[in-house]
Ligand binder design. Sequence first.
Ligand SMILES: C[S@@+](CC[C@H](N)C(=O)[O-])C[C@H]1O[C@@H](n2cnc3c(N)ncnc32)[C@H](O)[C@@H]1O
Length: 171
Amino acid sequence: MTDLAGQIAYWNTAGAAKVFTHPLDRSWLGGVDRGARVVDYGCGYGRLTAELADAGFSNVTGVDVSQALIGRARQQNPALHFYALTDPPTLHEPTDSVDVVLLFAVLTCVPSDDDQRRLIDELARVLRPGGLLYISDSGQLRPGSRTHVDSRHDERQSSAGDADSRSAQGE
Ligand SMILES: C[S@@+](CC[C@H](N)C(=O)[O-])C[C@H]1O[C@@H](n2cnc3c(N)ncnc32)[C@H](O)[C@@H]1O
């Protein structure tokens, strides 16, 4: 990834002390089985990984490029599973093995379009057919813009003006 060393250095130092607040709309996961395999990509200190566990999801893994944030996540949530990415965006998960990926406030931290595409391609690789990619980030979607994994998808704006995009294959 472009300037990955600089990115990692930031998230291992000043970025590792931040508090993240980007809200999860649980209703988007309403129809998902609580035993579903879920990956929280760019989980930070595991804020949403823990929220999903609190909501009853029993098979959630948080992954992040920052060893420092993964350390913080493990300290705050010792019962949950986290790992640090050694070659982002490559995940340990086999192809077609994941039911849901959460990508919250991460895409805006990946500066280049090519790296964003590589990241989405990797998430599409691990997602099983029919799986769900729940992307939410700050900023407005341009009219007519599309966030994609598959041709069938649904986009909407949250009341906070943040962009939520839910993509599902076979929905
Ligand atoms: C704004 S924080 C959001 C954290 C978490 N998703 C949340 O909402 O609480 C962005 C996170 O993305 C991680 N990140 C940035 N670039 C990444 C990359 N290329 N691969 C994986 N994680 C990345 C950072 O380390 C940081 O934890």
